[in-house]
Design a protein around this ligand. Structure first.
Ligand SMILES: O=C(O)CCC(=O)C(=O)O
Length: 378
């Protein structure tokens, strides 16, 4: 990258930050007098396709989650994705799981842009800066199966405020999607090329701005223009976008002019519509980003569908969805065991099944073990 390119990148980042902070789509999770999610939040989310919830996770819980996540990340394959061991010579975590937890790529690379991965949804390659430090051959950028492997992640998943938001947006019978960590270590973190997440409903006559669900991203260290996700506001209502043509229309630059970065402090949580055009740059900054990422769907968007992406080929019938959704009450119970005085969220589809869905040895084996072979990816 030349000096001029670097300068214009920092200008782009700074302008993005100013535009992000000027939007009226951030604040705490708020409810109205009837206990419903505040309509201003729903309206702003519907308009922009994303919302930044501030200070969702407090400092005590954040310390818990950071420690457990770091323990887990230390057990990644090292120094390359082909290594049978972690950096301490132990077999890497999850080596016997049904789904390999570790998606790894060379530092600052773009593993998906311009490839056919994920059904070709990342058509344009991002700039791949040269790393300034000697790092391992591959670094983890996406980690799957986190409800099983990281109990503190499971407890965040059972957060009553976030689950109430999911209900307000997707209805009381909302379902899981999948759960992962996004990891962008300073000077190493790979990029995620521009894409829309949705796969199955683009040509459906019932498609609306919310058909493919949304992702929550809880930020453990915050998120900046340099290491965070960028979103084109309102693009969740544009249908399937010709991303290649859009980038070409901007002179082939990956710095899409209308995009806005998700600027967050530690403990903030964004909600981003999966139909938005979004992506993130290779992290050449000095700031770490580690994101607890989990999504939710409307029941009617998943029932009867055949899985794409992580649930590839699976048929989402009533029993499949029911079993996968049990992760929600198990997470609620795990959270209640750690924070007994906090109000519990009541997940309507599993009311009456509380005993069966306690967080204990049995559900760790019957609900959480390899639970992500049943992702609801659409
Ligand atoms: O966190 C990131 O960098 C990318 C997130 C993303 O693209 C996604 O969740 O689809």
């Amino acid at each position: 990258m030349t000096v001029t390119e670097t300068q214009s990148q920092s200008e782009y980042f700074e302008q993005g930050r100013r535009r992000a902070l000027a939007l009226d789509n951030r604040g705490p999770i708020r409810f109205d007098a009837d206990g419903r999610l505040h309509p201003d939040i729903l309206e702003a989310y519907d308009r922009y396709g994303f919302f930044v919830f501030e200070q969702v996770i407090d400092a005590v819980e954040l310390a818990d989650v950071r420690a457990e996540v770091d323990d887990f990340l230390a057990r990644a394959p090292y120094p390359s994705k082909h290594s049978p061991v972690d950096r301490f010579g132990r077999p890497w975590a999850g080596h016997d799981a049904a789904v390999n937890p570790w998606l790894m790529a060379p530092p600052l690379s773009d593993p998906d842009g311009g490839t056919s991965h994920n059904n070709g949804r990342h058509p344009v390659k991002m700039h791949e800066p040269t790393p300034l430090v000697d790092g391992p051959q591959d670094v983890p950028y996406l980690v799957f199966g986190c409800l099983e492997f990281i109990p503190a992640f499971l407890r965040v998943y059972g957060h009553p405020g976030l689950l109430s938001v999911a209900e307000a947006v997707n209805g009381p019978d909302f379902t899981p999607f999948n759960e992962a960590l996004f990891v962008k270590e300073p000077g190493l973190g790979p990029s995620v090329a521009w894409h829309q997440d949705g796969q199955v409903h683009w040509n459906s006559p019932d498609l609306d701005g919310h058909t493919h669900g949304f992702n929550f991203q809880v930020q453990l260290y915050g998120s900046t223009p340099a290491n965070g996700v960028w979103v084109v506001p309102g693009s969740h209502k544009w249908g399937k976008i010709d991303i290649k043509a859009l980038v070409e229309a901007h002179g082939g630059s990956e710095r899409i002019p209308d995009a806005i970065p998700l600027v967050c402090g530690p403990g903030d949580c964004t909600m981003t519509n999966r139909q938005t055009l979004h992506g993130s740059f290779a992290n050449t900054s000095a700031d770490r980003r580690v994101t607890v990422n989990f999504g939710f769907h409307k029941y009617r968007s998943v029932i009867g569908q055949t899985g794409k992406l992580t649930g590839e080929g699976n048929v989402y019938d009533v029993d499949y969805i029911r079993q996968r959704s049990r992760c929600i009450p198990v997470a609620i119970d795990a959270r209640a065991q750690r924070f007994p005085s906090e109000p519990r969220y009541v997940y309507r589809p599993c009311v009456g099944e509380e005993d069966r869905n306690r967080y204990n040895e049995e559900t760790r084996s019957t609900v959480l073990k390899n639970y992500n072979t049943r992702d609801l990816a659409i």
